[in-house]
Ligand binder design. Structure first.
Ligand code: 5AD
Ligand code: SF4
Length: 492
């Protein structure tokens, strides 16, 4: 969500004549787009703001802004801890940024733009969270052939540990025709893979004026035949809302990739109840079985929180059991971080010591890595379809004129590393898998060598026709064209 928000902010400011600066020192405006999901993310922002205090004193005309969830949640704390900040703007108000910059320039005063908190009437709160997704700048996407499309904002689940429903507001689904138009636009710009985003993306529901209800399965069907789009993905799913119609859509619509991220959070019913996840581990296991029965070969990944209040060794062992037997492609594991403003913070004492959280985190990760390795080893000897994303970390260090190490993803979201030319970025290739670690598959492009170029049998696009922009994965952060103003989005 935050990656997309940053893209949209940069897109809208570019329209106002701004361009990206390479360092905060060069920038006229510096924004931090923040996350509140865990304390650690907030700590990093306060340190970064602290580091900029001296710089801001020396250059008082520079505008410093805090955007996103932390801005929505902690305006008073930000004012106190970082009084040199000029703009505090919540995630539902980002479209106001150009006006806020103008107001700081003319008044020199702190500008606030925040949505209502959830104590007001639902209608008013909903209206105070504005989504401004259509404003996009294609050059700001990490690459030209992949894009996120937000299909809903907010969340109504209120898991007791989670700050998202407070800072991102009520769940609201976008109009399906608006989404379809955005997908068409992206496809026209060369996008091949679209990932629909929502906090609980499979809860998507839109009641049209004609009385028809669109579910995520209907939306996938609606955009499926968009020319140019090869792959459709969606993240993140809520286990309780994994209905059969969605799984059938995944099975029957060839562009819908067989990958589901469905966070379990815990394998212990007592913890799930305390977390208010609305399902039991038995339900979750049945759901996994249903996904695999309807979509054979589907890859599934999960999230887990360790050290939630009251988590005993016995509860933790139940989570280990779910990881051991769940067959997850991978899992994201987090240590519980108490969030003021959540029900969990009020109701439960953070009673699992930090060293125990750390150990459980490491143990669960080691277990998941062993499961991932098994899953990956099963792919050795198979041929997979890979959308090439660009040079791997190693590839960036190699000679760009020769074959280098590239990375891409399979339809099931497995990361594959193989040798090829940088210009293959954006191409869909067949790769033979011949080795694997817990994190990565290694393979060889199915090729015949002609004049030193790699050809993969089924290519239709001659090499010279691959757009320039698709040839590099990381766009330069600094655009050298003429402009008087620059913005910095430091990576925190
Ligand atoms: N502490 C730790 N992890 C959290 N998550 C959400 N809130 C918290 C918290 N307070 C994790 C959940 C969620 C992921 C995005 O972050 O696992 O799925
Ligand atoms: Fe947070 Fe739960 Fe909503 Fe996910 S479903 S965003 S964990 S409240």
């Amino acid at each position: 969500m935050n990656v997309l928000d940053s893209e949209l902010v940069v897109g809208s400011l570019r329209r106002q004549g701004f361009q990206l600066a390479e360092t905060p020192e060069e920038a006229d405006v510096i924004f931090y787009n923040t996350c509140s999901v865990r304390q650690h993310a907030e700590d990093k922002i306060y340190s970064a703001l602290g580091r900029l205090r001296h710089h801001k004193n020396r250059f008082p005309k520079k505008i410093l802004g805090v955007l996103g969830c932390m801005a929505q949640k902690d305006q008073e704390i930000i004012k106190r801890r970082a009084p040199h900040v000029d703009i505090i703007c919540g995630p539902g108000q980002l479209s106001q940024l150009p006006a806020l910059i103008g107001a700081v320039e003319t008044t020199g005063e702190l500008q606030l733009a925040l949505s209502l908190d959830r104590t007001e009437t639902r209608h008013d709160v909903e209206r105070s969270f504005e989504s401004y997704d259509p404003l996009r700048d294609p050059s700001m996407r990490p690459n030209s052939f992949q894009a996120y499309v937000r299909i809903m904002i907010g969340c109504d689940k209120f898991c007791t540990y989670c700050i998202v429903p407070s800072v991102r507001g009520p769940e609201q689904s976008r109009h399906p025709l608006e989404i379809a138009a955005e997908v068409r636009q992206l496809a026209a710009e060369g996008c091949k893979e679209v990932t629909f985003l929502g906090q609980t993306v499979n809860s998507y529901r839109f009641e049209a004026k004609d009385g028809r209800t669109y579910r995520l399965s209907d939306l996938l069907a609606l955009v499926h035949d968009t020319p140019g789009i090869e792959r459709l993905r969606f993240i993140t799913n809520f286990p309780k809302d994994m209905t059969d119609d969605l799984l059938v859509a995944m099975r029957d619509l060839p562009k819908v990739c067989p990958y589901l991220h469905v966070p379990a959070q815990s394998g212990c019913n007592e913890m799930l109840k305390r977390m208010k996840r609305l399902y039991t581990v038995e339900f979750y296991r049945d759901m996994l079985a249903r996904c695999r029965e309807i979509v054979p070969g589907v890859a599934i990944s999960s999230d887990f929180i360790v050290g939630f209040p009251g988590e005993t060794e016995e509860s933790f062992e139940k989570t280990c059991d779910l990881v051991r037997t769940g067959g997850f492609k991978n899992s994201y594991i987090f240590k519980y971080s108490p969030r003021p403003g959540t029900k969990g913070y009020e109701m439960f004492e953070d009673d699992v010591p930090e060293d125990v959280k750390k150990r459980r985190n490491n143990d669960l990760l080691a277990l998941q890595n062993a499961v991932s390795l098994q899953d990956h080893r099963r792919q050795i000897g198979h041929r997979v379809e890979v959308l090439v994303e660009g040079p791997s970390k190693n590839g960036f260090k190699q000679d760009p004129n020769g074959p280098i190490q590239l990375t891409g993803r399979t339809r099931s979201d497995h990361i594959v590393v193989f040798d090829g030319y940088p210009r293959l970025a954006g191409q869909t290739l067949n790769v033979e898998i011949d080795d694997a670690t817990s994190f990565t598959l290694f393979g060889r492009v199915e090729t015949c060598e002609t004049n030193g170029d790699f050809h993969s049998g089924h290519w239709e696009t001659p090499l010279e026709k691959i757009p320039e922009a698709a040839q590099t994965r990381i766009l330069p952060l600094f655009d050298a064209s003429d402009s008087s103003k620059r913005i910095g989005l430091p990576l925190v």
